[in-house]
Ligand binder design. Sequence first.
Ligand code: NAI
Ligand code: MG
Length: 356
Amino acid sequence: MPKIAAIPGDGIGKEVMPLGVQAVEVVAQRHGLDVDFEWFDFANVEYFQQHGQMLPDGWQSQLGGFDSIFFGAVGWPQVVPDHVSLWGSLLQFRRQFDQYVNLRPCKILPGITPPLRDRGPGDVDFLVVRENTEGEYSNAGGVLFEGTDRELAMQETVMTRIGVDRVMKYAFAQAQKRRKKVTSATKSNGISITMPYWDSRFEAVQSDYPGVETDRFHIDILAAHFVQHPEWFDVVVASNLFGDILSDLGPACTGTIGVAPSANINPTGEFPSLFEPVHGSAPDIAGKGVANPIGQIWSGAMMLDHLGAEAAGREIETAIDDVLRAADPQVLTPDIAGQGTTETLGQAIIDVLRKE
Ligand code: NAI
Ligand code: MG
């Protein structure tokens, strides 16, 4: 019986989480999979106000025994600065649970008008695989001579062979299950030490996957190609910083941020993996009951995939497609041109899952 830790977090995370949990429970039950959710009330602003930290001491042992973490969103910048809330929670999970792959599907869904002209469902369907533990986001560095004329700030990029190879291998393995193509994001013309290293590891790893086609682009033109030729891509592998940017740009090219899911994966299974919508806590709409729950629900499908229940995951994706294709304005949330609520949209998807 998979044990799942549900952590809603802040803002709309609290509003979309119950629908995500319900969707997973309904579909899992129909597939004879007994999922057991336990809810945790940390990693949010109220917890921080009471305890002066985002997570309890010993959170690793509280969460370490779960099969997965289902996460909402964290952040309430009026009260806690974002670097404190994010570094104090989500980034701790990613690092300490060695979730070295960040996965983001980028796909145009039916009924959603993408910002790219003349593209529709089926035209754009790729996966961004971001390195999630090292690279440009290292804490090697510091500030010297602070407050003087000599003030100096530096932060080093760290690429290890283990870290680079394992994320690339993960990308190739994903491509083998898809359209068998991997694109590498580089910048070896400007970043002249770590990026040529990244390229050399890409060449070494690709030789183990002769059936997979490859190409590579410098990050600047790659960003342009995401907009102009998104159909070129199947799996795109990138360092932490480049992957961060591409994994926001990709979903942005397919429609609204409210529907985009993501996974932070520890492929070895030594630690739980974490599944969360791409969006944040959206303070501007929090409390109004209008947040789009699809990002959370689709993240639940990715979680089921990871737990080995792929058929159940596909059913969630199909149910999302069905409800979007029906395009009932009373059901859809305002961000996708409806007049409905989190509840009407979430329940419509759950109703389809019950009937399937
Ligand atoms: P955000 O994603 O929360 O919101 C950006 C815009 O998209 C807002 O206008 C919001 O209303 C809209 N939006 C987001 N999700 C939506 C949904 N499900 N349905 C309809 N509209 C939606 O990003 P923002 O405003 O930059 O950050 C707000 C807070 O969230 C900050 O504290 C930030 O640090 C945090 N954050 C947390 C993330 C996480 O937990 N993984 C990711 C991104 C931001
Ligand atoms: Mg980002």
